[in-house]
Design a protein around this ligand. Structure first.
Ligand SMILES: Cc1cc2nc3c(=O)[nH]c(=O)nc-3n(C[C@H](O)[C@H](O)[C@H](O)COP(=O)(O)OP(=O)(O)OC[C@H]3O[C@@H](n4cnc5c(N)ncnc54)[C@H](O)[C@@H]3O)c2cc1C
Length: 459
């Protein structure tokens, strides 16, 4: 055996698996294979001056490399079972929460100390939301912010680099089952390990599907979330964001009884483009440092679309809608709420005359030509509902960017140890379809590392 454990993917799932293995058993021989670059080499070419939009790099530095999709994120670690994944269905609610808290303590020890932990416990907004048919979900949120998140990742790498073999720019092509473990094959070589942890996230979803097909591991897929990113003056939401930072609010529409939810709230943040498989969608960030704060807050409003048999390609459905916005707008479309409800497109002039300064250069247009009616109706209803807890949300000048799509990996069949039907082959993090967040993905890494160590102990 070349290694006791090989980890595929250096996102939060992979990093925390490596961290725990080495912490508990320093003699453990661990290798991490990562398709993207080392942290310091990750750089998105968009600089806002020479390169203004996505140039379709062969490997996206926002999604790939040490730190995974989370490296340049806002670093919001939500400590909750209410959203962010269904890890608790496999390992139990208490254990899932304990692991998320443990991950938080490591983040604090590696540079996150001093960052704020927000909580919904005891907040008056729960009642206010309920009075307006809105459900504020329970959570504690550690907000590292983009800058500190990067520092923590740098410190974790410095801690691990001499104890673990990192192979960057080395996408794994094939996993083969051998008599005693697994052979991992990448472009320029192969090596063997006793146990293998696959943690390839969203960017590895197509490869994960291929692995499951080749190894006959069952999967299921039936969900995609579609919606818009809302941008408005930060003061409109400041009473909520000052106390909770991120509020996850769910609304059940009167018309169709669909659930619409807020997602990824960025107080004083910026709206950004995201490139998923060459399709431009929208997302948001906010920075911890006051010098980079804007006067706007942004958040997504998403409607979950579940499909039943025979349709299986939920991500394909989401991609098609995003493609439509790219076709009409050459990328992301922006529309004033007032224009949307008046049934007219936004123009450069109308956006310029508005009170909200857009933080993303997007094409003014008409989202009603892109989003299915049912989804758009749900979003409009929710904006009016939010207006009751944050008056001003439904102002004419509120900006809507579309489309935002949250793709879900297909769910891989794994047991209570996050182990596939092959003994010693674990599938964790967002790549498993079980987690959709930094905290859940990280917790799944720690969990599997501990399971591997406990198994070896009893050998
Ligand atoms: C812009 C943005 C902002 C976000 N903000 C937040 C936030 O504030 N809070 C939150 O909870 N979540 C956030 N998320 C989601 C969060 O980043 C993910 O849930 C989390 O990173 C998942 O961790 P992971 O380890 O499972 O996968 P990933 O972080 O996706 O890491 C997987 C890694 O595997 C590598 N890989 C893929 N295929 C292969 C292969 N074949 N061989 C080798 N390596 C491979 C990839 O390059 C990648 O580095 C955000 C995501 C984005 C894109």
């Amino acid at each position: 055996m070349d290694y006791d454990v090989i980890i595929i993917g250096a996102g939060p799932g992979g990093i925390f698996a490596a961290y725990e293995l080495i912490k508990e058993r320093p003699s453990c021989k661990v290798a991490v294979f990562e398709a993207g670059h080392a942290l310091e080499k990750r750089k998105c070419p968009i600089d806002g001056v020479h390169v203004k939009s996505c140039v379709n790099c062969s490997r996206c530095s926002i999604m790939c490399g040490f730190g995974g999709a989370g490296a340049f994120s806002d670093g919001k670690y939500n400590i909750t079972n209410d959203f962010g994944g269904t890890l608790y269905e496999h390992i139990g609610k208490k254990q899932a929460l304990d692991l998320m808290k443990y991950v938080d303590s490591i983040n604090m020890a590696y540079g996150g100390e001093g960052t704020r932990l927000y909580s919904t416990a005891g907040t008056q907004f729960k009642k206010l939301c309920l009075q307006n048919k809105l459900n504020l979900l329970d959570a504690s949120v550690r907000h590292l912010g983009t800058n500190i998140n990067y520092v923590v990742l740098g410190n974790l790498y410095a801690h691990l680099k001499d104890k673990v073999d990192f192979y960057f720019d080395s996408p794994v092509k094939t996993i083969q089952k051998t008599e005693k473990g697994y052979r991992i094959i990448w472009e320029t070589g192969s090596c063997e390990c006793a146990k293998c942890i696959v943690s390839v996230g969203r960017s590895g979803s197509k490869w994960m599907e291929q692995v499951c097909r080749e190894m006959d591991i069952p999967t299921k897929s039936n969900r995609v979330d579609i919606g818009v990113r809302v941008e408005l003056p930060a003061v409109i939401f400041s009473h909520l964001t000052d106390e909770l930072y991120e509020s996850k609010i769910v609304y059940r529409t009167e018309k169709f009884e669909d659930k619409v939810r807020t997602f990824c709230m960025n107080p004083n943040g910026i709206v950004v483009n995201e490139n998923t498989n060459g399709i431009i969608t929208v997302n948001g960030h906010s920075y911890e440092g006051s010098d980079k704060k804007t006067e706007n807050t942004n958040f997504a409003l998403l409607v979950a679309k579940h499909f039943s048999e025979p349709f299986k390609d939920s991500n394909g459905y989401g991609e098609s809608i995003a493609r439509l916005s790219n076709m009409l707008g050459g990328g992301v479309i922006v529309q004033r709420f007032g224009d949307l409800i008046r049934g007219r497109r936004s123009t450069v002039k109308r956006v310029e005359e508005g009170l909200v300064r857009p933080t993303l250069q997007a094409t003014p247009g008409d989202l009603s030509l892109v989003l299915p009616k049912r989804i758009l109706d749900g979003i409009i209803e929710m904006i009016y509902a939010l207006d009751k807890v944050a008056p001003g949300t439904a102002n004419d000048d509120t900006l809507l960017y579309g489309v935002e799509v949250k793709f879900y990996n297909m769910e891989v069949a794994i047991d209570e140890h996050l182990e596939s039907r092959y003994k010693g082959l674990y599938i964790i993090g967002d790549g498993s379809g079980v987690t959709h967040s930094l905290s859940h993905a990280s917790a799944s890494g720690v969990y599997v590392a501990r399971h591997i160590l406990s198994e070896n102990r009893s050998d």
